[in-house]
Every structure is written in structure tokens, then in C-alpha cells.
Design a protein around this ligand. Structure first.
Ligand SMILES: [Zn+2]
Ligand SMILES: [Zn+2]
Ligand SMILES: [Zn+2]
Length: 327
């Protein structure tokens, strides 16, 4: 299984509450956040964005593109707005202007400068123009700050927070995506939950008071999140349980720490029926009970010890390969 926080997140997606994780952008810092994920994950989990990306990479989640946002490189604010600007002085105060050029004297001025009482008069040579035959017309961007004209203005992104203009490539670009559970992810999730229910039922049968996704705090104040916790305070009898598709030595060590924090015995459940060599060795020396959950939700004592996965294969890759082997 993944961490209890990740499991809560995936369970919420499976329940449709929410059906998708929507991105938000902090208007002050430009940071992309996933508030639902932040709410459901525990502080010990990976940062939401990294976690979602890794789950998406491995097919548990699917992501769909929502929009791109541009962040101010100076002040980190989001919501840059397109503007044209003067290529000479950089001012955004440019306006498109109709220009006339008097071909006889070379005078170039805005059309309005040629207008006089419904007629056209060259403002330079003062020739009265009966027709526009000797006038070349054009439309240029004129800068109201420095007076320069340009055929094409500069393209800029303006920051509404600090007022700076940036060339588009200077702005920080972020693609925002939504994440939802895939069919494969849903199938995997239900296998994990079935196994967790089986462990809950087994502890319940032994008259323990059982809860799921519990945080157990050790003497140093560190919280350890476990999938299952059962206790019988009268007899000072506690059990912590973790569910993993194919437990690793790291999973075993994490469970051991949680068990030590609670002074509890530890039970590790494998949903694929297999445990890595190192994990099996660590579990045995740490006195951890290993059980196999079958697809019907029954627990068994025998399990298989298999070669450790190649390094670099992430937990979720193993999840998805385990799921695809099953289907
Ligand atoms: Zn200018
Ligand atoms: Zn003229
Ligand atoms: Zn800014």
C-alpha cells in the first residue's frame, strides 16, 4: 500500500469527493497548489505535486491539461497580461495610429495632423490636397511616451502586481493539470482496501478496538501514520498493521518504527502474496508477522519470498505491474 495519507487521497478520488484534483495558483506567490491533496495527505507525505506526478507517471492517476499560467519573474505574482509595448523605450503606452506620408515633401504625421475643416492640408508644406493621390497611408504603433513609431510593437507580459513588463520568454510558465483516478488505479485501490478490511476484521475478531489511518506519536513527538491500529487497553495489547502489494525493507522499517512508537506488535500484509528478500529478512529479525491477503479478503500465514526488485523501480511501478499481471 502507499502511505495512509496517499490512500486517503486515492479513496476520496474513488468516492468522487472530489472526483478530480483541481490546481490553484496562489495569487501572491504564484505557487501551484492542490488544496484537496494538501488536506488529505499527511505532513510526512511527499509534497502534493511531486506525489501526484509520480502517481500519474505510473498510471494510478491520469492527468489532463487545464491551462497555462504565467508568473512574474520579479514578484512571483500570477496572472500576467498581454500588452504591446514600444520597442524603443519599452513603454506600454503605444497606440495604433493611421499615418499619412505626403510623398511630395516627405512629411509623415498622423492622419489627424493633415485634417483641416473637412479637407486635407500637409502640416509641413501646407499644400492643400484635393485628393489623397500623393498620400501614402499606413498604420503604425506610435509611442505616447517617446514619440517613436514602429511597424510592429514589442510583445510583452505585464504584471498587475508590480507593474513590470516582461518579454514572454522571461515569464515563468506553468502548465496546470487536473488529476483523476484511472481504472487501473481504482482496481489497485480496491485490492488494498479489501486487504485492509481483512486485517481490521481479524483484529476485531480478537476483541481489539480497531481504527484505520492512525497517527501514533512517539516520545520525541514524531507522528507515525499506520494503515491499521488495534488496541486492548485493559491488557495493554496493541497491534499496528501495514498493507503493501509487495513490502520492501523500507516499508518494514517504517512499520517497525510505528510499532515501537506505540509499544505495539506489528503485522505486515502483502496483497501480491510476495515479499522481497531483504524485507522478509528484516521482518523476521524485527519480529513482525507477515500475512498474505487473497483477493477474497482472507488472510493466510504463508507467503512467497522473491528477489528484491531492481533498484530504481518505484513503489507505484510495482503497484501497476502487480495490477496488470492480475488482469
Ligand atoms: Zn517609446
Ligand atoms: Zn507636404
Ligand atoms: Zn510582478
Amino acid at each position: 500500500m502507499v502511505s495512509p495519507g496517499t490512500l486517503s487521497l486515492l479513496t476520496a478520488l474513488d468516492d468522487g469527493s472530489p472526483a478530480e484534483l483541481e490546481p490553484t495558483v496562489d495569487p501572491d506567490t504564484g505557487a501551484v497548489g492542490y488544496p484537496d491533496a494538501e488536506r488529505l495527505l499527511n505532513p510526512t507525505d511527499d509534497p502534493p505535486f511531486e506525489l501526484l506526478e509520480s502517481l500519474a507517471e505510473r498510471g494510478v492517476l491520469e492527468k489532463s491539461f487545464e491551462e497555462k499560467v504565467y508568473i512574474c519573474p520579479d514578484c512571483d505574482a500570477e496572472g500576467l497580461q498581454y500588452t504591446t509595448a514600444c520597442p524603443d523605450c519599452g513603454s506600454a503606452y503605444t497606440v495604433e495610429t493611421d499615418l499619412f506620408e505626403h510623398l511630395d515633401c516627405g512629411c509623415v504625421e498622423p492622419q489627424t495632423a493633415f485634417e483641416a475643416d473637412g479637407n486635407y492640408v500637409c502640416p509641413n508644406c501646407e499644400e492643400h490636397l484635393d485628393s489623397l493621390a500623393r498620400i501614402e497611408q499606413g498604420r503604425l504603433h506610435t509611442c505616447r511616451d517617446c514619440g517613436e513609431w514602429a511597424e510592429s510593437p514589442a510583445h510583452r507580459l505585464a504584471c498587475r502586481a508590480c507593474g513590470e513588463l516582461h518579454a514572454p520568454l522571461e515569464a515563468i510558465e506553468r502548465a496546470l493539470c487536473r488529476y483523476a483516478l484511472t481504472d487501473t488505479g481504482g482496481q489497485w485501490l480496491r485490492t488494498q482496501l479489501t486487504a485492509r478490511d481483512a486485517l481490521v476484521a481479524a483484529l476485531d475478531d480478537r476483541d481489539l478496538s480497531v481504527s484505520v489511518d492512525r497517527a501514533l506519536t512517539d516520545d520525541g513527538g514524531t507522528a507515525h501514520h499506520v494503515h491499521v491500529y488495534g488496541e486492548d487497553p485493559l491488557f495493554d495489547n496493541q497491534t499496528v498493521g501495514a498493507i503493501h502489494e509487495r513490502p520492501t525493507a523500507e516499508n518494514v522499517a517504517t512499520l517497525r518504527e510505528a510499532a515501537d512508537a506505540a509499544g505495539a506488535r506489528a503485522v505486515l500484509v502483502t496483497t501480491t502474496g510476495s515479499v522481497g528478500e531483504r524485507a522478509a529478512a528484516v521482518a523476521e529479525s524485527a519480529d513482525i508477522t507477515v500475512l498474505r491477503a487473497d483477493s477474497a479478503g482472507d488472510l493466510h500465514r504463508e507467503y512467497e519470498v522473491t528477489e528484491d526488485p531492481r533498484s530504481g523501480m518505484g513503489i507505484v511501478q510495482r503497484i501497476t505491474s502487480a495490477v496488470s499481471q492480475k488482469s
